[in-house]
Design a protein around this ligand. Structure first.
Ligand SMILES: Cc1cc2nc3c(=O)[nH]c(=O)nc-3n(C[C@H](O)[C@H](O)[C@H](O)COP(=O)(O)OP(=O)(O)OC[C@H]3O[C@@H](n4cnc5c(N)ncnc54)[C@H](O)[C@@H]3O)c2cc1C
Length: 366
């Protein structure tokens, strides 16, 4: 199931009359995209931030939420989740709006110098600047490779559960061995509003990546005949009247059995794909965006690229490198947003102006 930040963030649904006009759109809410909000905020540049994942944090949340990170300056140790929560806390004063669960598909330069940005959910923006903080790409569910099965996508085959109630009372086959597969299995087997008619879990081996407590609970439910677990792989399917009727499951014994179902839920994890970023006309090198090291600007003026998604001589894919890039990119973007304003470097320690934007008191020094 989806990780939740411990910090409140302002999110929007995809309903807005006409495009949202903004100073900046940040593509990607990984650690670097989040810190980009902060650096832009200090310069009073308002940002909207979009991520294809349903939650902020990028790789830190998707790949290693509980693992310790030791090389964030002045933070001796924090987990991926703690880093994300702290970044969300740090950017709170700037009130950036999050548009989650939607991939940015279109970025086009307009005649007036602004950029038209559109997401797969139809949210549209007109932005003066763009910050691509897309990391290793947008995370997409790994699909089940069975020829022809994709025609049932979103009708009987699902890779994400958006609305669990739609599966209540159904005969479910769930595939996978990680936390998502086990959490949803338990959710649909146990009494509650989403209880399914029947649940069969299929995993290629009798060993799981999911938490031992969930696995133990699942085995308990199997012993009580509340559900079934099959070791095997889905290798084919049968349909009737245009509907998916059975999946063919090949067991470790080499025997293929038919398993009847209404719905197939597949949880093979997410894999990143550079995806639409490659279509925006930016100079790329080995699937990374080429930037300069003064402004971290791409080959299109007004579009900046920060964090793992960019490349330049000596690039190191580290969070701290991305933070530095975000600071310089923000200063470089300011002339696009405020053409008549001179931007000076100020310290958060001593600048009353920065204290105002941060919403903190200016300390009185003796
Ligand atoms: C196991 C592991 C351990 C690590 N440990 C460390 C460590 O100890 N120290 C360290 O410094 N680094 C570490 N890293 C690397 C670090 O996680 C990355 O450098 C960092 O996450 C990069 O941040 P980012 O914001 O650039 O990109 P990401 O974290 O990859 O975030 C990019 C976000 O952009 C979104 N996105 C992409 N394309 C689109 C689109 N078109 N529309 C909408 N959203 C999009 C993605 O969904 C994603 O959420 C580790 C990495 C891994 C895998």
């Amino acid at each position: 199931m989806e990780p939740q930040p411990d910090v409140n963030i302002a999110t929007t649904a995809a309903s807005h009359e006409g495009p949202i006009e903004t100073d900046a759109v940040i593509v990607g809410a990984g650690p670097v995209g989040l810190f980009q909000v902060f650096e832009l905020g200090l310069l009073e540049i308002k940002a909207h931030i979009v991520d294809s994942l349903a939650y902020p944090g990028g790789q830190c949340i998707e790949l290693y939420p509980d693992k310790p990170i030791y090389d964030i300056p002045a933070v001796p140790m924090c987990t991926g989740k703690e880093l994300t929560d702290n970044l969300l806390k740090q950017i709170e004063p700037f009130g950036a709006t999050f548009h989650l669960g939607q991939e940015v598909t279109v970025v086009e330069k307009q005649d007036d110098g602004r950029f038209y940005v559109e997401t797969a959910k139809g949210t549209r923006f007109l932005a003066r600047t763009i910050f691509v903080a897309g990391g290793v790409g947008s995370f997409q569910p790994r699909t089940l490779r069975v020829e022809g099965l994709d025609k049932f996508d979103e009708s009987q085959v699902f890779y994400r559960v958006k609305n669990p109630a739609q599966f209540a009372g159904k005969n479910l086959v769930i595939v996978g061995g990680g936390d998502s597969a086990l959490d949803w299995t338990l959710n649909f087997v146990q009494d509650g509003p989403n209880k399914a008619e029947s649940v069969i879990l299929i995993h290629r081996r009798d060993g799981f990546k999911a938490s031992p407590a969930s696995v133990a609970k699942m085995k308990e439910l199997c012993d009580a005949y509340e559900m079934q677990f099959i070791v095997g792989q889905v290798t084919g399917f049968e349909e009737a009247d245009g509907k998916l009727k059975n999946v063919k499951v090949t067991g470790s014994d080499g025997v293929t059995r038919l398993v009847p179902l209404d719905v197939l839920l597949v949880f093979f994890g997410l894999s990143p794909k550079l995806g639409p970023i490659a279509e925006w006309g930016l100079n790329l090198e080995r699937k990374q965006i080429v930037v300069d090291t003064e402004k971290f600007e791409t080959s299109t003026p007004g579009i900046f690229a920060v964090g793992d998604v960019n490349t330049y001589p000596g690039k190191k894919k580290l969070i701290l490198s991305g933070f530095h890039e975000a600071a310089l990119a923000a200063f470089a973007a300011a002339p696009y947003v405020f053409p008549d304003k001179r931007i000076h470097l100020q310290y958060t320690t001593t600048s009353p102006k920065l204290h105002k934007v941060l919403g903190v008191e200016t300390p009185v020094f003796d």
